[in-house]
Design a protein around this ligand. Structure first.
Ligand code: HEM
Length: 396
């Protein structure tokens, strides 16, 4: 099959929403393409049915690599880098902890923290959502959920930045920062693990205890593996929630008619959150590695090739979603988006993310219903995994 070659480098920072515009154009330009913007290059699948099929064909498209942008060291992310059956065994240990029932446990705390943080910023009549509320709120909840002291949030904020510098940049300086960050995070979690080993808590409500006491492959989980799991959950959970909060505010600031509807019908927030995750998909791609030479609907993929499964482009595919560019919390197939992935690796924290986001939005809008983007604000989004760098808003 003759394939076009795309050159767009999706690791670059761009004006807000430009990335999705480019991805939508790619999806319509060709069913399959090669992208040569990285050293190695990768195959591009951007249409909904293709992306979903590849995500579900995990024996052909493996998680040995999980980003099309670059290769990373084996087993650097857990459970992400595992394939079946090891992956399911580890998910069986983790899933109950992140199940909807347990997430409800933190609802009261989420409401209380969201309310307190909004009350704190309200008198100033302006804030940067991306670096303020959007960052502090998920970090505090993450620590509370893990049974760690909420006062440690200040340490975690720079650590998350350090982790991401390492994920997206392969130059020596970025890798040095990432390694130093990993060292600090490991020290922190090693202390928590030692404490739980000596004085275990309830494994149903304390994740570190759960990991320390669980059996995986017939033995206790090795210390290094527990550290990687905790690092992964931290990397996967904090920046994503912060990003989703940013895009939700951006949408509501730019679309007062949608905001008015949600002010009148706050019970609609869970559906609105789902639609934001689709429309502003922040994990734009899941990377996979081809397990063998494959013929994917005529596209010849070689064993070892990197493949881009375009979650963001798929989520705005008009073949799947009618008027995909519209925010429509009433759409009949609202829950069928790929914003949390699909198949075995579907997001471990999605129930938590949904609950956190819905609560944050209803608490904020109850207190500060009317706001606008600050005059002259330059809105830009990070590449690779989208996030608004700043979102200054003001209110009267
Ligand atoms: C709006 C917020 C979030 C979005 C959009 C999101 C999105 C995703 C996506 C697309 C995947 C699939 C990756 C793949 O297939 O390679 C994933 C996996 C994962 N997510 Fe989330 N996520 C969010 C929040 C969270 C939170 C809050 C946590 C935990 C505290 C979390 C933990 C994880 C983990 C551990 C995985 C790997 C699962 C596996 O490989 O089995 N995520 N997420």
């Amino acid at each position: 099959m003759d394939c076009p070659v795309f050159h767009t480098d999706y690791r670059l920072e761009r004006p807000a929403l430009e990335t999705h515009r480019l991805l939508n154009a790619d999806r319509e330009a060709a069913r399959f393409a090669w992208n040569d913007s990285t050293d190695e290059g990768f195959w591009v699948l951007n249409r909904f049915d293709d992306v979903k099929e590849a995500l579900e064909r995990d024996e052909d498209f493996t998680n040995d690599q999980v980003s099309a942008f670059h290769r990373s060291a084996p087993m650097g992310l857990l459970p992400e880098n595992l394939n079946q059956p090891e992956h399911s065994e580890l998910r069986r240990i983790l899933n109950p902890f992140f199940a909807p029932k347990l997430v409800k446990r933190i609802a009261d705390l989420a409401r209380e923290r969201a309310a307190a943080l909004v009350e704190e910023v309200a008198p100033a009549k302006s804030t940067d959502i991306a670096t303020g509320f959007g960052m502090t709120y998920p970090t505090e909840l993450f620590l509370a959920l893990l049974g760690l002291p909420v006062e440690d949030a200040g340490k975690f904020l720079p650590w998350v930045e350090g982790q991401f510098i390492g994920f997206f940049n392969s130059d020596p300086e970025s890798q040095r920062i990432a390694a130093e960050t990993r060292h600090s995070i490991d020290e922190y979690f090693t202390a928590a693990i030692a404490e739980r080993a000596g004085d275990p808590r309830d494994p149903k409500t304390d994740l570190v205890t759960r990991l320390v006491t669980a059996e995986y492959q017939g033995a206790p989980i090795p210390h290094g593996t527990i550290l990687t799991i905790l690092n992964t959950i931290m990397a996967a959970g904090l920046d994503t929630t912060r990003s989703a909060i940013g895009y939700t505010f951006l949408h509501m600031a730019r679309h007062p008619e949608d905001r008015e509807r949600l002010l009148a019908e706050p019970e609609l927030w869970p559906k609105a959150v789902e639609e934001i995750i689709r429309l502003y998909t922040l994990i734009i791609q899941d990377g996979r590695e081809a397990a063998r030479d494959l013929d994917f609907h005529g596209l010849q993929i070689r064993k070892g090739d990197l493949v881009w499964l375009g979650l963001a482009a798929a989520n705005q595919d008009p073949r799947k979603f009618e008027h995909p560019e519209r925010f429509d919390p009433d759409r009949p197939n609202l829950n069928q988006h790929l914003g949390f992935g699909a198949g075995y690796h579907r997001c471990l924290g999605m129930h938590l993310a949904r609950a956190e986001l819905g609560i944050a939005m209803s608490e904020w809008h109850r207190r500060i219903p009317h706001y606008r983007i600050a005059d002259g604000a330059e809105l830009r989004e990070r590449g690779s995994q989208l996030r608004l760098q700043h979102l200054p808003i003001v209110w009267d």
